[in-house]
Structure formats: C-alpha cells, structure tokens
Design a protein around this ligand. Structure first.
Ligand SMILES: [Zn+2]
Length: 294
C-alpha cells in the first residue's frame, strides 16, 4: 500500500497541474468499506435505509442541496419503496454535469458458484459500493473547490439491481423514474459509474454509450489516456442495460463507465478484498479532470 501511495502522489503531481484537485483514493475506499460494513443493502431492508442515512449525512456535511425522490415499484408482486438521492452543488450554475451511481445491492447471490447461496443477499463491494464511494469523494472535493465552468449534480439511484435476467424493464427502476420525471434543462454531460472498484480494472467502452454520446466517450477515454490510466481501454466490448440507458432513452447525453468483466458479479465473494483504492482513483481522478476542465 505504501508503494502505491508513493506512486499515487508522484503521478498526481506529475499529471494534475495546479487547478485540478487530487482524488483521495484512500478516503474513497473508506466510503466503500463503510457501506459494506452496514451489510447487504437490498430493497426494503433496514440496511438500505442505513445506507441512505450514511449517504445523506456525508452530502449534508458537504453543504449540498439534497432532495429525496421517493417512488415505488412492484417487484415479484411485492411493493417496494425506492428513494433516489439527488445532491446539487452550486445550483446557481447553469452549465451542469450529472454523475450517477446506484446504491442498492442485489437481494440474492444468484450467480454464486454454490447454488445454496442463490437466495442470500450480497455485500456488493464492487457492485454498488464502488460507484457510490467515488461519488462521495468527488462530493467532498467539489464542496471545497468550486469548478469554474460547471455545477454538479450527484445522483444516487435506487432499485437498479433487483431485476430478472433478460427482462430489461425490471432493472434500473430508480434511474427510469428519475429520467421520466426530469423536467428541467438537461445537464451537458451525464456520467454513470458502476462496478469500478475491481482490483483488476479494465474499462471497455459500453456500446449504448458510444452510439448515443460518442463525443463524451472520447472526452473521458482521452482524458484517462492523458493521465496514464491504462485501465481505460479504447474499444467497445459490451452492450449493457445500466442506469445510463433510461437517461439516454429520455434524451440525456449519457455514458456508463463500467467494468463488466468481474468474476464475482452477483456472488457472495463481491467483498472489499476484491476492490482496490487504485481502481477508484483511476475513475475518480479522470472524472475530476472532466469536472475541472483540464
Ligand atoms: Zn448488479
């Protein structure tokens, strides 16, 4: 870890210039671990409410303007209550960037190699906590230094991960509600992050993102290349129905940053030991360069 920190400091000094703040990868990783310590955070559980409280508390400490967007959905004939958490930073700024991540975790480890675990809920270190961890760290940074060109909206989506495989409409319920009930002027850029904590991070270009928003994809991947984050691969690999899709469908300029090659996806092994601060840093620092325009 010490070696990594040294490298991190050196590469940050080398690459960030004066005006782009440095992403604190260790603090971001703390945010990941704190979510996991709450336990599985699936819909209607006590733990997901604890996670909401945790996210809201962190955002309040950053002075963000917070809205809880409540909605409900029927999943498997059961009524589920969802809450999207929307945090606005510098609401007076007309040019805006939206960053999104889901915070709910899958209620069952149905890809676990052991069939006996298929009904057990997952901890979801990579699949959910990693994206939230990056956004919370970015919230801390932007609260301390106002970006010159953009106000920022951080959106924490609920009910992404309770769907049925092959049935797209059952996934991404929070982002669908958000996108269909969004009536103000759209942000210039919307970037969703999901599953970006994998210690073997490889972020290929997601197909829907590229076809809808090629310029934003190019901006992000080129920025990562300039920063020497070779975790970003300039090649399309998967077509993924993630929280960016309802945004795209409703007219947003939206891109998903996701590493879908994660062997512990929807298994009980998706725990913090499969994630690394270095991976959070590659995504977080790249996003800061988009936000601060360098
Ligand atoms: Zn998932």
């Amino acid at each position: 870890m010490i070696k990594f920190l040294k490298l991190l400091v050196l590469s940050s000094l080398f690459s960030c210039g004066n005006s782009v703040p440095i992403f604190d990868a260790e603090r971001s990783f703390d945010f990941l671990e704190k979510q996991c310590e709450l336990g599985p955070r699936f819909p209607n559980s006590a733990e997901i409410q604890l996670c909401r409280d945790f996210i809201i508390n962190e955002l309040e400490n950053c002075g963000a303007e917070i809205q809880q967007q409540k909605f409900s959905a029927i999943i498997d004939e059961k009524k589920i209550n969802g809450v999207n958490i929307i945090a606005k930073f510098y609401p007076q700024m007309s040019r805006r960037i939206l960053l999104g991540a889901h915070y709910d975790t899958r209620p069952f480890a149905d890809k676990d190699p052991n069939p006996e675990n298929h009904k057990t809920p997952i901890i979801g270190a990579n699949d959910a906590a990693s994206g939230v961890a990056v956004l919370l760290e970015i919230g801390k940074i932007i609260s301390q230094k106002q970006p010159q060109q953009f106000g920022i909206d951080l959106v924490f989506f609920d009910l992404e991960d309770s769907g049925i495989y092959g049935d797209n409409e059952t996934w991404c319920l929070g982002s669908t509600y958000f996108a269909e009930n969004y009536f103000s002027e759209k942000p210039e850029k919307a970037i969703v992050v999901d599953m970006i904590g994998d210690e073997n991070l490889e972020i290929f270009i997601e197909s829907f993102s590229y076809h809808n928003s090629p310029n934003l994809v190019k901006e992000i991947w080129q920025k990562a290349k300039l920063l020497n984050f070779d975790e970003f691969k300039f090649k399309i690999k998967y077509r993924i129905y993630d929280d960016h899709f309802p945004l795209i469908k409703n007219g947003f300029n939206a891109v998903d940053i996701i590493d879908f090659d994660f062997s512990d996806w929807h298994t009980l092994a998706d725990k913090p030991d499969k994630c690394s601060p270095k991976s959070l840093n590659a995504v977080g620092q790249t996003l800061l360069h988009i936000i601060y325009g360098e």
